[in-house]
Design a protein around this ligand. Structure first.
Ligand code: DX5
Ligand code: ZN
Length: 231
């Protein structure tokens, strides 16, 4: 199974669009793409699963025309099956749904897989790894939330690192382990040492004076801590 992530295995820093200037999204995307970002993290929020509303397929479709990055869509929405096709058509390369929104995760995995794109599943800070055990073989990526979803700029919850270590031991080499929330220069090392290979960073990239430099610094820190080469 290929999860479609660009290039060889290895560390990826995935800038989160949530923290970018929504009045200048194309420019923000271009800055990190020029800096070498291969993955763009798209935080989609419906105001139901999380108490915030961000953006949807139209915005993503516009950015798709201007970027070659891998679009990693994190759907923080109640009805992933209802909207997955629209996000795939808008140009998302992988769709991650939350295990908390369904009592039939296998059907959500199958639905997304049928769209011929990558499939991820996400667990909130207190959701146990057991909750995704039955679909672990079928997904390309597991996303461990290190903040409560809904807003960027929150503090990292280190308690989730135990789940990262547990998942690292369960996932195959061709599957990815992503973390999202509060990742910055101070927290990325612990996350890498716990076994994360894909690091979402919104504030730590787009809210910095020089996002390109911030992106590069995070990649170096993760590689140094994780030992893997930045792919
Ligand atoms: C939470 C969002 C954030 C965002 C990254 O719903 O998913 O975690 O991606 O936020 P920061 O700014 O903490 O990197
Ligand atoms: Zn996210």
């Amino acid at each position: 199974m290929t999860n479609g992530f660009p290039g060889k295995p290895g560390i990826r820093i995935a800038p989160s669009l949530l923290a970018a200037d929504f009045a200048r999204l194309a420019e923000s995307v271009a800055v990190v793409e020029r800096a070498g970002a291969e993955v763009l993290h798209l935080d989609v929020m419906d105001g139901h699963f999380v108490p915030n509303i961000s953006f949807g397929p139209p915005i993503i479709a516009s950015l798709r025309e201007r970027s070659k990055m891998f679009f990693d869509a994190h759907l923080m929405i109640e009805e992933p099956k209802r909207y997955a096709e629209a996000f795939a058509k808008a140009g998302c390369d992988l769709i991650t749904f939350h295990i908390e929104v369904t009592n039939d995760p296998a059907s959500v995995v199958d639905h997304i897989r049928a769209l011929n794109i990558g499939v991820g599943v996400s667990i909130n800070p207190t959701t146990p790894v057991e909750s995704v055990r039955d679909i672990l073989d079928a997904v390309d990526m597991v996303l461990v939330m290190s903040v409560w979803p809904g807003f960027g700029g929150q503090s990292f919850i280190p308690d989730v690192l135990g789940k990262v270590e547990q998942l690292r031991g369960l996932l195959r080499d061709d599957q990815r382990l992503e973390i999202d929330g509060g990742i910055d220069a101070a927290t990325i090392g612990d996350a890498a040492r716990a076994g994360v290979d894909t690091f979402v960073a919104g504030t730590a990239v787009f809210r910095r004076p020089d996002p390109a430099h911030a992106f590069a610094e995070l990649g170096s820190l993760a590689a140094a801590a994780g030992g893997a080469g930045v792919g």
